[in-house]
Write a protein of this length. Structure first.
Length: 166
């Protein structure tokens, strides 16, 4: 299956990004920017989701040039960031899947910046991520919920379909 067939087959019509509500004004102005673009453009970010270790790992693997996304509106990292008080007012941004076709995109069946992680071309999504389990029984597997999508550089605000609290 090609990517569009995979999305259609599994009924994936949106993808997700979690952040703190305090970042929404910046996202409305600039779009969702990679860590690299945030740094280059000196954009003020009220609340980063990642800590310095996460940013260092991203830079080390070249993942700082990508926006990190979830396939479903549930990701263990969001839970941990809220639990640890890093994100105080969590929101989920619902994003049009068309972004996967517009910029260089990839997928990973675990946290992309984990030392053992390997990212693949987005066209390999169905081979890399257990979508059947993730979409039908995500509570069965913590590890499959850690799957990530990555989109190079920027996602325009016009591609955000909705903002959901929680």
């Amino acid at each position: 299956m090609n990517l569009q067939e995979t999305l259609n087959h599994y009924g994936i019509t949106s993808i997700w990004h979690f952040t703190d509500a305090s970042n929404l004004a910046s996202i409305e102005k600039y779009g969702l920017l990679s860590l690299d673009l945030l740094t280059q453009q000196k954009v003020h970010v009220p609340c980063y989701g990642g800590d310095e270790l996460s940013h260092r790992l991203d830079r080390g693997k070249g993942l700082d040039k990508f926006v990190h996304l979830a396939i479903i509106r549930d990701h263990p990292m969001q839970y941990m960031k809220v639990k640890n008080g890093i994100i105080k007012n969590p929101i989920w941004l619902e994003i049009d899947t068309s972004v996967l076709f517009e910029n260089e995109s990839g997928c990973c069946n675990q946290l992309a910046n984990a030392s053992s992680a390997k990212c693949y071309k987005i066209e390999q999504l169905a081979e890399v991520v257990d979508l059947k389990t993730l979409l039908n029984k995500p509570h069965w597997s913590e590890s499959v919920r850690k799957s990530q999508l990555i989109v190079a550089n920027k996602i325009d605000y016009s591609k955000i379909l909705g903002v959901h609290h929680g």
